[in-house]
Design a protein around this ligand. Structure first.
Ligand code: HEM
Length: 424
């Protein structure tokens, strides 16, 4: 018995919200040497067309040599389709092939139907005012404090990168579990009260219908738009997760001292490309970072240089005034914050990219993007054209918002975003 493991190749770049045209077919072949056929190769071709966000998948298999009759055993997990080829051979009839095709198609359908459930206008019938309610709440919050818009956008990112976009970042710790929101990278998250207010109003309007995860996705979109950025349609239908684990936040969220390779890897694990990563990082055009997130660049950068040499000199002086050396800071626990974008701190524009070109990216991970030939090219192009970045940002946000979405029994509609229903 030989084992052949097939992992779907990365989907093609995601051009626009799912439709048939956006699913580009591609062909991949898998060659497996047969131990019982004088080492003849047995090519299998699989044609598949996938839409990376909707995960609509069509698949067909063909034994094109026909030298060896085959018996297959299939198993499908979240990420892998495993095909076991059994020898010695028996007759591989057309009927068997047909059954095989049907099994794969059904398995794929079961596997992907959850993601297909994310659609634009998901609440049109069940809670027609859902998106309007969220928008009104977010709009009021942002008119009180524009920083909340930045907070809500980051909340969505931190939700999606840890066990998918399932509202797990909103769950409170329990006596037995430390939740994501209590892990170090999430301590500075803000905007939770805005989600609570939206949920309160939604439960009054249409109880048990709108998930916390969808509220977070709508709120992030509305924040970007209300801060002057683009608008996009959010596919909805996410269900809320029932687990929140602080250690998963630590291991899944990229750190502000990551280099390009590490950042690319971190986004790759979530099905996002390096280009998506550079495009989404433009979110740092709004909001703040606390001194603790970049202080190392000022005082303790490396064994050869206390100061990060890529930092603009004038910026260094300004930052040092706000962020004293950690050891000399007598104000225990004080951790002031600085605008991520020095030029237009609360406008959702492309200033982030020309800040980076000038050595004025606040986080080490931001400035690192200018040190790599490929990502620096993308930085330059986004700095040049706000419109083209803006268009790409929308698409990348939709892609991010569909990471490991839970539907059906894999999730629930929480009555209160802080606790799972069985504990409420
Ligand atoms: C590329 C990897 C990324 C890293 C390493 C990173 C890291 C950080 C850090 C350290 C902060 C400051 C936290 C603080 O000190 O309070 C921050 C803020 C922020 N991040 Fe990121 N981030 C990344 C990508 C993203 C993405 C993809 C988004 C959204 C799409 C995003 C949105 C934001 C926003 C809006 C803020 C400001 C939050 C506020 O003012 O409350 N970040 N990020």
């Amino acid at each position: 018995m030989a084992e052949l493991t097939w992992e779907p190749p990365p989907p093609p770049p995601f051009p626009q919200y799912c439709n048939e045209q956006s699913c580009t077919p591609s062909q991949h072949s898998i060659i497996q040497r047969s131990p019982h056929s004088n080492n003849k190769t047995l090519p299998l071709f699989t044609d598949w067309a996938s839409c990376s966000t909707c995960h609509r998948l069509s698949i067909s298999w063909q034994d094109i040599t026909n030298h060896q009759p085959l018996h297959f055993t299939l198993s499908l997990t979240t990420k892998h389709l495993t095909v076991m080829l059994h020898y010695p051979p028996s007759i591989m009839s057309i009927i068997t092939r047909f059954i095989l095709f049907v099994v794969i198609a059904l398995a794929m359908r079961t596997h992907t139907q959850d993601v297909q459930a994310c659609t634009v206008g998901f609440y049109k019938k069940t809670c027609p005012k859902a998106e309007a309610i969220v928008r009104t709440v977010v709009s009021k919050a942002i008119s009180r404090d524009r920083g909340l818009g930045a907070g809500l956008l980051r909340l969505h990112f931190h939700d999606c990168f840890v066990q998918g976009c399932d509202g797990s970042v909103l769950l409170d710790s329990t006596p037995s579990t430390k939740a994501e929101k209590d892990s170090a990278p999430n301590l500075s998250l803000r905007g939770f009260e805005v989600i609570d207010e939206a949920k309160l109003q939604l439960e009054a309007s249409c109880p048990n219908v709108v998930s916390c995860a969808d509220i977070v996705a709508f709120a992030a979109r509305d924040s970007v738009h209300l801060l002057g950025g683009p608008f996009w349609q959010v596919p909805a239908g996410r269900r809320d997760g029932m687990v929140s684990d602080a250690s998963l936040a630590l291991s899944n969220l990229p750190a502000p001292f990551f280099n390009v390779k590490q950042l690319t890897h971190s986004f790759g694990l979530k099905g996002l490309t390096q280009d998506d990563m550079v495009t989404l990082s433009g979110a740092h055009t709004v909001g703040v970072a606390h001194c603790s997130s970049f202080q190392r660049r000022l005082y303790n950068f490396s064994s050869t240089s206390a100061l990060d040499p890529t930092l603009d000199e004038e910026l260094v002086e300004q930052l040092k005034q706000v962020c004293p050396p950690p050891r000399l800071d007598s104000r225990i626990g004080a951790d002031p914050s600085v605008n991520l974008d020095l030029r237009t701190p609360s406008m959702f524009d492309n200033a982030y990219y020309y800040n980076i070109e000038l050595g004025q990216g606040l986080l080490q991970s931001d400035e690192a993007l200018y040190s790599d030939p490929v990502t620096s090219k993308t930085i330059k192009s986004h700095a040049y054209s706000q419109q083209s970045w803006s268009n790409k940002f929308k698409l990348a946000m939709i892609k991010m918002s569909l990471i490991e979405v839970k539907t059906e029994d894999a999730g629930e509609i929480r009555a209160n975003c802080h606790v799972i229903n069985s504990n409420y």
